[in-house]
Design a binder for this molecule. Sequence first.
Ligand code: GLP
Length: 240
Amino acid sequence: MAEVVIVADREAAGRLVADEIAGLVRANPQAVLGLATGSTPLPVYEALRTALADVDVSQVRGFALDEYVGIDPAHHESYRSVITREVVEPLGLTPQNINVPSGAVDGIEHAGADYEAKIDAAGGIDLQILGIGTDGHIGFNEPGSSFASRTRVKTLTEQTRSDNARFFASKDEVPMHCITQGLGTILRARHLVLLAFGEGKADAVAAAVEGAVSASMPASAIQLHEHVTVVVDEAAASKL
Ligand code: GLP
């Protein structure tokens, strides 16, 4: 059963999760963090600037959840760029320690297995930050994704491409495919921390935490994990 923490606002959520991460890094300077993109984790990254200010982060390792396929890594909206801009640079992490799945078309057939091997070589992920899509996707695991899935290429749904069009000049520029950690990959992290804010996420949060465990609601996979913390504001918790 997931522990649900209801906080006043995004800033409070950010501080709570940042303090947890700072404790982890103090105890183990080589901690392995699972990083997420999207707007939801931003308050965590913001609060980490303070929480990690007096902590040596040079050996912290990180793995992003996902990446677009066929996007130039230097593109402003590639998840490599987003993670560099929002996490690596402001926190002073060591760039070589931070991994993002390769979305390069050349070699894409083994990019998933390569990424899984890197996570294994790091000893697994200690704490995985997760957002949630309105349809219940985590990472880019859209409804129908297997709970046993590992890092692989997926086709983005029209809904997700429309949702993410706001980051691009037009929807046509949103890539058609992505490479994402699978639900099975995510479930192997030692602690899952799922954040959600706002009324728009309330249905997905209720279904993920209390609904049927089903591939049609990818985030319901968290019910199969023994250490899950769900951090939500009142609005996102309103259907629990
Ligand atoms: C994207 C990301 C997910 C994220 C979701 C929600 O599709 N791949 O990791 O959780 O969108 O985004 P937001 O946090 O902006 O609501």
